[in-house]
Design a protein around this ligand. Sequence first.
Ligand code: FPP
Length: 314
Amino acid sequence: MAPDQCVIHSGSCSNKPHNVSSPLQQGGNGGFFGNPIGGNDWNVGACINSLQAADACHRLENLLDSSSERDVALPRHVAIIMDGNGRWARRRFLPRLEGHRQGAKAVRRAVEFCRRRGIKVLTLYAFSTENWQRPKSEVSGLMRLLSEYLDSQLEEIHSNDIRFTTIGDVQRLPEPLIAKIEQARRKTAQNKSMTLNIALSYGGRQDILNAAKSLAKAFTEGTIDEDAFTEDALSSFLATAELGDPDLLIRTGGETRISNFLLWQCAYAELYFTPILWPDFDEAALEAALEEFRSRQRRFGKTSEQIEREPGDP
Ligand code: FPP
């Protein structure tokens, strides 16, 4: 199917996840300010309920998204580990930062492509908790690129009805960048066509740990009992609570590992590894990843026979 033939889901939900004021947005790991464990005065039980309602709504939305209204085999949420910038530069005898600069151009292409193609959520791994260990000059160069990206792209993101969010410990970023991120988040908060979610200072283990601590805190405070320790409850405290889990995880650059990215959330994601270096990852490469996704059968632990029998069967 040609990209412009894709039918985009047009259903709406009165309790859309992004309308829910979640602890994550207010001060959680996935939010911009604060920490989910201490300091914020929110009712954990109510938040779990609210996030579970959001999650249920989100699942309903997924169901609608995968109905006949829409290209059934299109991933709703695509997550990308953008690897290979350094090698791209080295092969051309250029500084690593030039690789990242070309990587930022590939980000623009990917966002535009996914928006046009009807992807609802695009999560990009731009900076991991481990990336802080890189040389200072590379870290500050990356921060500058992120800042320039927002300066140059925010208007376009907004005019394309794209909502901008981040996950990760954004508080560790330089103050001016935090302010720009917050401004981008506020400006685009009501946009509906796609969510561009950038993982910054993000680590999957940290995300799970934060969620587990939040649950434990709720338990010790008596807000929830032991029965509330469910997968859904823990998911509701992850940074991606209101975005849903990725359907497709792409890693460019030839490595075949997840590198601490969305560890819990990728339990059932289709994994797609390509040797293409991120700066070279263009529309055709993205389309090939979608094509591969389309060819996979997602069984979620069931048998092929069950999956093939399911639609419309009594
Ligand atoms: C991994 O490649 C890439 C990163 C750690 C940074 C990703 C950043 C960008 C794509 C640019 C800015 C981002 C946005 C959202 C505007 P690597 O450096 O590890 O590559 P290598 O493995 O070839 O050395």
